[in-house]
Design a protein around this ligand. Structure first.
Ligand SMILES: Cc1ncc(COP(=O)(O)O)c(C=O)c1O
Length: 442
């Protein structure tokens, strides 16, 4: 049976954690409970209602993969689907497959699967392009709906591409990008603000922002709200329509398991469909692409958010990634992720003592599906751990990040990750000079 002590939830290592810039949280004050044992973990695994999804993935033996928040694992069905697509649909069907294999339907079909996981209607979501490109399109669409307003608001320390894209858009349209700490935003919204752009779960800390409250605050001042779901969709229940969100974007290669460079997606609430325009007015977003007219007429609905030819291989892989969620309750998934995160936090504390600072909220309800630890040698630590078969990642300047993906991670896996972390720390393996060599992708 799971130890009773664990039921009391871990006490706070950090009292509060503003999103950005990352503060140095106080690592004292832990009033912890007993750390769960391997027997506890096995008992949880034995009664895990999501255990069946592990068989939907192919993972290397002995690797504990704590980086599905960055690149999801390979679904077992993906290689076969891609091989069939390449050999039969492309190799044999050639160009006829645009019709016969319904390649043109992929953006909407994949979008409908995503809609189901983010609290949107099927006709509000479409898959295409990268998150960066999609953000540009939707942010431009949003500000065009508020032509008398000149400000886009976001937070410092947001994922860099979000800020860079907004900087580029503001330069192109002569708008102002105003960045304020998330906790200051509600009080700083004025009637100059056209659009609020925020990331639902912070990529470094894992802190969850209150989508409903911030959306309502923006809309109360006449602004629109656009959410980046890259670290929340597929990790926790997201309810865009329940929060009355206007627009959203997100990645296909993280929790959705779509593979490296998988297409992203765009969500636009139905109420904006008729009026919204977007700047990358390519032929696939045209009302009649095969009429080959000279002048642009937007397609209906979210189809107008498309630009060029669908990336068929990437979309097919993303579709397989999304199928791994079939029959999965997002609530159950969330509960498992929370317990795994709490478990890892306790194990990290035991493995590292005071040698790290926690960069994620201790309150699991305020945290996405990741635990971030700050350590002055975080990069080397992550590399040494990878060599020991525990894959996490590193975000400069000092954050070691570990993601929890309940579809293919057991409690015993998390326990084993903690055991290996302890070995790496006890033996100070991270001090080996080879682990200090920075590679291009961290
Ligand atoms: C919050 C967030 N937005 C966007 C991206 C990436 O966007 P793109 O797929 O365009 O590289 C990431 C990647 O990690 C991210 O964390």
């Amino acid at each position: 049976m799971p130890s009773q002590a664990y039921q009391c939830r871990l006490g706070p290592l950090v009292q509060s954690f503003p999103t950005a810039p990352l503060p140095h949280p106080r690592a004292s004050g832990y009033r912890g409970c007993m750390t769960p044992t391997l027997a506890d973990c096995r008992a949880w695994d034995a009664e895990d209602a999501l255990a069946f999804t592990r068989g939907r993935f192919r993972l290397p033996e002995s690797v504990i993969y704590l980086d599905g928040n960055s690149l999801g694992a390979l679904p077992i069905a993906t290689p076969g689907r891609l091989a069939d697509l390449v050999e039969r649909e492309w190799g044999q069907g050639l160009i006829s497959s645009w019709n016969d294999a319904e390649w043109m339907a992929l953006p909407a079909r994949v979008g409908a699967r995503i809609a189901h996981l983010i609290g949107a209607h099927a006709d509000e979501v479409i898959a295409a392009d990268s998150t960066s490109v999609n953000l540009y399109k939707l942010a431009a669409a949003a500000v065009s709906l508020r032509p008398d307003r000149r400000v886009i608001m976001s937070e410092p320390g947001n994922f860099p591409t979000d800020l860079y894209v907004l900087q580029g858009l503001c330069a192109a349209l002569d708008l102002e990008l105003r960045v304020l700490p998330a906790e200051a935003i509600a009080g700083a919204l004025t009637n100059e603000v056209a659009l609020l752009v925020l990331t639902h779960v912070h990529y470094k800390s894992g802190l969850i922002l209150d989508m409903a409250a911030l959306t309502a605050a923006a809309q109360a001042r006449g602004a629109l709200a656009l959410w980046d779901l890259s670290h929340s969709a597929g990790a926790l229940p997201v309810d865009l329509n329940g929060c009355n969100a206007d627009f959203a974007v997100g990645c296909g290669y993280k929790y959705f398991n779509g593979g490296p460079g998988a297409p992203g997606y765009m969500m636009a609430a139905r109420r904006h469909h008729a009026a919204m325009g977007q700047p990358l007015t390519g032929w696939i977003g045209h009302a009649a692409p095969f009429a080959f007219g000279d002048n642009y007429t937007p397609a209906d609905g979210v189809t107008r958010l498309l630009t060029g030819t669908p990336a068929v291989l990437g979309l097919a892989a993303l579709e397989e990634g999304l199928k791994t969620f079939e029959g999965v309750s997002m609530q159950q998934l969330r509960e498992k992720a929370i317990r795994q995160g709490d478990l890892f936090m306790a194990l990290a504390r035991d493995a590292m003592g005071g040698a790290f600072e926690l960069a994620s909220p201790t309150d699991a309800d305020a945290r996405g599906s990741q635990i971030s630890l700050r350590h002055p040698h975080g990069y080397a630590m992550v590399q040494a751990l990878i060599e020991a078969g525990v894959v996490g990642d590193f975000r400069a300047p000092d954050v070691a990040r570990f993601g929890f993906t309940p579809l293919y991670l057991s409690y015993a896996d998390v326990f084993e990750a903690g055991r290996r972390l302890k070995i790496v720390m006890d033996e100070e393996r991270w001090r080996a000079p080879r682990f200090a060599q920075r590679r291009a992708v961290t």
